[in-house]
Ligand binder design. Structure first.
Ligand SMILES: *Cc1c(COP(=O)(O)O)cnc(C)c1O
Length: 224
């Protein structure tokens, strides 16, 4: 199937309330443009430089979602335009996003990234680290960031029961936060989980953003 056909098919099948982020990392601006012409407006990138380069040449009504590990010294490059940062994993990073957002007169939407996979290599806070960040309280004074929910990545495995358990865990944690720190906060409503191999499972557990790359754009070539 072409990029356009994949976008049309996935979009048609998504339940109401679930939005598609087309993950275009490692794919050229041409490929993004093809998806754009199919009506796609939300795109995900995991490298600052690549996102900035694409943002400069592509239509301005694209919503750019940053989904990769973010270094504090690079926040300033994406602060002027990024629609949402999915990968906040410390108060330090949240504070820097707030600082850069203030400089450009914006309020930036963010998600707290939670480590749910049984793998060392994935980023994110544990449930306890996240609770500690929220209890510490500084985040409430950061007026240039808006915490909109949580992001997580399941373990890369064929064991779909394990993936199911990890998404269920993140969903339960999301409900815990909504019932406590975010009880009066209507902005806290997004759950970013699900990729090419596991997004139907994520949707069953309340995902509101699925981040899909390979299924739309094909395999990534990491060696270019
Ligand atoms: C690359 C990436 C995706 C997309 O993965 P696919 O398996 O290609 O759909 C989703 N989320 C994050 C955080 C990624 O880095």
């Amino acid at each position: 199937m072409t990029i356009k056909e994949e976008i049309a098919k996935i979009t048609a099948e998504l339940p109401k309330g679930v939005r598609l982020i087309a993950v275009s990392k490692f794919h050229p601006a041409d490929a993004v443009m093809e998806a754009y012409e199919a009506g796609q407006r939300l795109f995900g990138e995991n490298k600052v430089q690549e996102m900035v380069a694409k943002q400069e040449v592509l239509p301005k009504d694209i919503e750019w979602h940053f989904i990769g590990h973010l270094q504090t010294n690079k926040v300033k490059y994406i602060a002027p335009f990024v629609a949402m940062i999915h990968s906040i994993d410390s108060l330090h990073l949240l504070t820097e996003v707030n600082r850069q957002a203030e400089k450009v007169g914006r309020v930036i939407n963010v998600l707290l990234q939670i480590h749910i996979a049984h793998e060392e290599t994935k980023f994110g806070m544990t449930f306890d680290e996240c609770r500690a960040l929220l209890n510490e309280g500084t985040w409430k004074q950061l007026n240039h960031v808006r915490i909109c929910g949580l992001m997580g990545m399941a373990t890369f495995t064929d064991n779909m029961e394990q993936v199911d358990g990890e998404f269920a865990g993140l969903q339960a944690f999301f409900e815990e936060l909504k019932g406590n720190w975010f009880a009066d906060d209507t902005a806290f409503k997004e759950l970013s989980m699900g990729m090419t191999d596991d997004y139907p499972i994520a949707i069953r557990h309340g995902s509101t953003f699925v981040r899909i790359g390979t299924l739309i754009f094909g395999e990534r070539n990491y060696n270019k």
